[in-house]
Design a protein around this ligand. Structure first.
Ligand code: BTN
Length: 279
């Protein structure tokens, strides 16, 4: 699909949200596409300005972290990619993941209200607590950067949120999944969610452009910290690491104190929270 599919006219309720925020300009809306991230990274889109936004109802090859797929039935999720051109040193790339996670979790919390808690599971899973307080994944973030002389000339901030998926529609995943509908019983507007997310993004991205690290706020939103965790790595790479997640370092790495009392830094992998119910 990708370059074969063409943008559609923007639905009026999406247009209204974009007008109200003044963000997401220009915006490209697709009924179906391979991946919103992939589309923004095609050479044909190389000249798009920072702030360009792509939204799709359906992705046939939605990309997830660690080479995985991101799947959602048509119209059931917020599937978006935002183009930014921060010109930051590559060492600051992790700020983009932090900022995206913070914007997504703030928008989700606003949408669901105080009856359920939203949080982030390291590094970039958007989580919702279910009725029993168990954390479930309702969204994910995939940031893809393009470098020029060790600076970030372009980045695509891809965000997927499960909005109206039913329990039967949830894809099987390492981290148990949920949707905003399942946790609240309410059909929340994808476009309202997008508007809130863009507003939060804009405020904290501007602060980061001014040099303010999002890391302290990100740490506060990480449900992982202070928890017993198991870290698993790509198949066959290394034995799982068990320990207590203590904090993160300036590069976004997770610091885990293992059973021997040693601090280990985790830069990639899947983190499972200790579940007292299964022990
Ligand atoms: C993850 O948790 O593995 C990250 C998932 C990111 C999915 C979003 S959906 C919109 C954007 N386009 C993609 O192809 N992926 C991201």
């Amino acid at each position: 699909m990708g370059s074969d599919s063409s943008p559609l006219p923007i639905p009026p309720d999406l247009e209204a949200v974009l007008l109200a925020t003044g963000l997401g300009q220009p915006c490209y809306y697709f009924g179906a596409i391979d991946s919103t991230n992939a589309w923004l990274r095609e050479p044909a889109q190389a000249d798009l300005p920072a702030g360009a936004l792509v939204v799709a109802d359906y992705q046939s090859q939605g990309k997830g972290r660690l080479g995985r797929r991101w799947e959602a039935p048509p119209g059931s999720g917020l599937l978006m990619s935002l183009l930014v051109r921060p010109d930051w040193p590559v060492s600051q790339a992790v700020w983009l993941t932090m900022l995206a996670g913070l914007a997504a979790v703030a928008a989700v919390q606003e949408a669901i209200g105080p009856r359920r808690r939203a949080g982030l599971k390291w590094p970039n899973d958007v989580m919702l607590a279910d009725a029993h307080g168990r954390w479930r994944k309702c969204g994910g973030i995939l940031v893809e950067t393009t470098l020029d002389h060790a600076r970030i000339s372009m980045a695509v901030i891809g965000i997927g949120l499960n909005v109206t998926l039913s329990a039967e529609q949830l894809p099987p995943a390492i981290t148990p999944a949920t949707s905003l509908l399942i946790e609240t019983g309410q059909t929340i507007s994808r476009w309202a969610l997008l508007g809130d997310l863009l507003r939060h993004w804009q405020t904290s991205y501007a602060a980061a452009q001014g040099g303010l690290s999002p890391q302290p706020v990100w740490n506060q939103r990480l449900i992982t910290l202070g928890q017993a965790v198991t870290v698993t790595y790509a198949a066959g790479e290394t034995a799982p690491l068990r320990g207590v997640a203590e904090t993160t370092d300036a590069w976004g790495g997770l610091i885990v104190r293992d059973a021997q009392g040693q601090r280990q830094t985790v830069n990639a992998g899947d983190v499972t929270l200790y579940d007292p119910a299964s022990s």
